[in-house]
Design a protein around this ligand. Structure first.
Ligand SMILES: [Zn+2]
Length: 232
């Protein structure tokens, strides 16, 4: 199954293409240049003629959903996305507190970058399962946004963990406060994710390390953060 996965590292958020015997499914659709990068990556792997059947969205931030409507229109793919971020898909999210900065950046970016709202075929909730890539289960990991969700493969014990953290070697970090709806809740989601039976995690903002290495980095971050929290 490892061979049936491509990580596409577009500017901003990266995203994933998963292939099974039915065709290809995407987890998010990347940011600027994502569409071209996707087609190039699929051709390079020899998957250029395989149908793109579905798009699974991790959360409503623009760097993850910019290309969703375009790819869905081009391919006829269905869209499944977390219920609690529905306003984002309509291009109409509300941000509070420090996250208002993100709200401002996104409202400036949507028209410039040509964001088109989209309608989902399915709104996802915690525990939902999808018959994709031998089965993925939705794990609601709120805090970064209200709907922010990961997708767990029981077969590989891997979690596509979206923006739970950014994984870049010694520079791995939790998302900055202004990108989070609720940073405390986001941290709690990170430590709760580690309670899953995990062999690896696959973040959206990451270098090309293996899922196993990303998992070690997440564990270290959570340990360090819990150390900071108990300090007087
Ligand atoms: Zn995000």
């Amino acid at each position: 199954m490892r061979d049936n996965l491509i990580q596409i590292r577009s500017f901003g958020a990266g995203f994933y293409a998963l292939r099974d015997s039915n065709g290809i499914h995407l987890i998010d659709c990347g940011f600027i240049g994502g569409v071209q990068m996707l087609h190039r990556a699929l051709r390079k792997r020899g998957w250029g003629k395989d149908p793109i059947l579905g798009i699974i969205v991790t959360h409503g931030h623009l760097d993850h959903i910019l290309n969703v409507s375009r790819i869905a229109a081009e391919t006829g793919a269905w869209i499944a996305a977390p219920r609690h971020d529905a306003a984002h898909y309509e291009g109409n999210p509300t941000y509070h507190g420090a996250a208002k900065v993100t709200g401002f950046l996104e409202s400036a970016g949507r028209p410039v970058l040509g964001f088109k709202p989209f309608t989902t075929s399915r709104l996802l909730e915690d525990g939902d399962t999808m018959d994709v890539w031998h089965g993925l289960t939705v794990v609601h990991l709120p805090g970064h946004t209200a709907g922010h969700s990961g997708f767990y493969s029981h077969r590989l014990r891997w979690l596509f963990c979206a923006d739970l953290f950014a994984s870049y070697g010694g520079l791995s970090h939790f998302p900055p406060h202004f990108l989070n709806m609720d940073s405390k809740q986001a941290y709690e989601s990170a430590s709760r994710a580690l309670e899953l039976d995990l062999a690896g995690v696959l973040p959206s903002h990451a270098d090309g390390a293996s899922p196993e290495v990303h998992l070690q980095r997440l564990k270290k971050l959570v340990e360090r953060q819990s150390g900071d929290m108990v300090k007087p």
